[in-house]
Structures are given as C-alpha cells and as structure tokens.
Design a protein around this ligand. Sequence first.
Ligand code: SF4
Length: 177
Amino acid sequence: MNEKALQKINNYIALRTEISELSAKLGTLHKDKMACKKACSSCCMNFKVLPVEYFSMLNQLKENPPKEFRELDVEDDDCNFLIDHICQMYEARPIICRTHGLPLLFMNQEGDAWELSACPLNFKKFDDFHTENTYPQDTYNSKLFLINREFVKNHQNEKFGDFDMISLNRLVGDLRK
Ligand code: SF4
C-alpha cells in the first residue's frame, strides 16, 4: 500500500477514535435507557463497509487475528465474527458496530426533515432527542466518505469506485492471503 493510501488509513483510525469517544459519551448520557450488554447481538449482521475501513480492519486483524470465526459466504446475512453472541474482532470492529444502540440522527431521503433511528430495546419514546444527545450520522458519514474517496484514488492493488463497499465476511479469505 502506498504512502498516500496509508495516510488515509490513519485518517480513518483518527475518525474512528473520535466516533468511539462520542459513542461512549452518548452511552453514558443515555445509560438509564441503554439495555445494550455483552451477548446482545441483535444489531449484528454482515455489514458492507467502505474500502478504507475494510483495509484498515484487515491490517489490524493481520496483527491481531481473531481467535475464532465462521466461514459464511460473503453474501450471507450473518457476520463471520459473531460467535455465541460475542464479537470476535471487537477492537477492530467497524464504525457502524460502534454506534449500535444509540439514537442516530440523520436527514431523510427528501432532504427536508430529520429522522431518528434507535433500538426499540433501548428507547420506547423518541420525543426528547436533539443534536446534543444524538449521534450525527450524516456528519460522520460525510467525513468517512471524503477520507475513502482519497483512499480509493491512491489504492493501487485493487481499484474501487467512490461508492463501492466490501462485505465484512470477505475478511476471512483475505486474512489467509
Ligand atoms: S463485526 Fe462484531 S459487532 Fe460488528 S456485526 Fe460482526 S460480530 Fe457484530
């Protein structure tokens, strides 16, 4: 991987750290309502992630391989790294898995109203949410998109378009290469 692509991986890691810190703060703020706990895996699935996130995770998992994983198809709905309801790559998990359970604020498809998504196990009523107590999904998705756009321009081993995404379950095959 060339220097510019590696720099974008570092930018991604910095963004992921910022998001993890915000998620922890929001988790504390909503701790009375959060039913999330170890072994609740209702949110887990074989997500697709942008290449900068995928290759960052691959690098991290090559250094610290997961002890266990499954061998599901890349198109399977279930995540290879969920064993007995426990994530086997928790430290390397993608951004989407770091915001599970929180109230997520985003603009609707028409671009004329805010929408809120939240786990019904955690939140029964959505009437007390505002920008200070929700996760600003569009802001962070935009930042991630811009980092990824520069990454794919500079990633020479495999070419991707700006909107291409890669299934988490491909990691198992790539870890063996
Ligand atoms: S990476 Fe971990 S947290 Fe994310 S879907 Fe897979 S098992 Fe769940």
